[in-house]
Design a binder for this molecule. Structure first.
Ligand code: MG
Ligand code: MG
Length: 255
């Protein structure tokens, strides 16, 4: 069932989204060569705690997962696409890092992700991140009443196609509200004019995941969580929580 959110609910979701943005900004500030993923998780925990927010990631256990998720961020480095567990790995010069974070505040949820490089970026990584951002922007631009889910999916998929990027087929965006994952599912490829109609109050987490090698194939680590490109190429993941409003798309996870 798809729940359309009231204007008051959107304002409350904006506050949850603001906490996510603050946590991501703090993590990005703290990230650098030699800093561990556990330390970055600690930075995000502090921001959430100070805001009185809880983490929808911590302890999360979907059906595919063998263990509850142990962090408040997902930290996916280089060939890791999404769902990386923040561990003792220390960032190295040139690493491509994707950080996903959520916050639950006053009954509402925000979900957002950023990708960035540490130290000296490889030109190909900068281009991959830029293309992923362009796909997110293209998807957000379609978040208008009268459009359909397929318009958002198609916009993302077209940027992937033009870039030559692969995307993990079974993963995409999702409805979000009181819970992190709600209906409807938002595929990262689709046909324009098809699928669930977009109405004011619909909120989606839009999250393109680009794999530089161009294949859709991925592997899952032995931890049961971390998704990696099957060809070892690098990946980027960027996400915003976005509402359809009478006045067009409203991004709820901006700083
Ligand atoms: Mg996320
Ligand atoms: Mg999400």
């Amino acid at each position: 069932m798809v729940e359309l959110k009231s204007a008051a609910a959107l304002d409350a979701m904006r506050e949850a989204g603001r906490v996510v943005a603050q946590a991501l900004a703090a993590v990005r500030d703290a990230a650098g060569v030699g800093v561990s993923l556990t330390e970055l998780d600690g930075v995000a925990r502090e921001v959430l705690a100070k805001a009185g927010a809880t983490s929808p990631f911590l302890g999360y256990r979907p059906s595919f997962a063998p263990v509850p998720f142990p962090g408040v961020i997902c930290a996916s480095v280089n060939d890791a696409v999404v769902h990386g567990i923040p561990d003792g790995y220390r960032l190295r010069d040139g690493d491509l890092v994707s950080i996903d974070c959520g916050a639950h505040l006053d009954g509402w949820t925000g979900d957002s992700a950023i990708s960035f490089t540490v130290g000296t970026p490889r030109p190909a990584d900068a281009a991959l991140i830029e293309a992923t951002q362009r796909a997110l922007d293209a998807g957000i631009a379609q978040m208008r009443a009268g459009n359909r889910i397929g318009d958002v999916s198609y916009a993302i998929g077209e940027v992937a196609k033009a870039t030559g990027a692969g995307m993990p087929a079974d993963f995409g965006g999702h409805g979000i509200g009181r819970r992190m994952h709600e209906d409807p599912h938002l595929p990262n490829r689709g046909r324009p004019g098809r699928g669930f109609p977009l109405r004011p109050g619909l909120v989606l987490a839009i999250e393109p995941m680009f794999m530089a090698g161009g294949q859709d194939a991925y592997d899952v680590d032995g931890d049961g969580w971390t998704l990696r490109t099957a060809d070892g190429s690098r990946a980027a993941h960027i996400e915003h929580t976005v509402a359809v409003t009478e006045d067009g798309p409203r991004i709820l996870t901006l700083l």
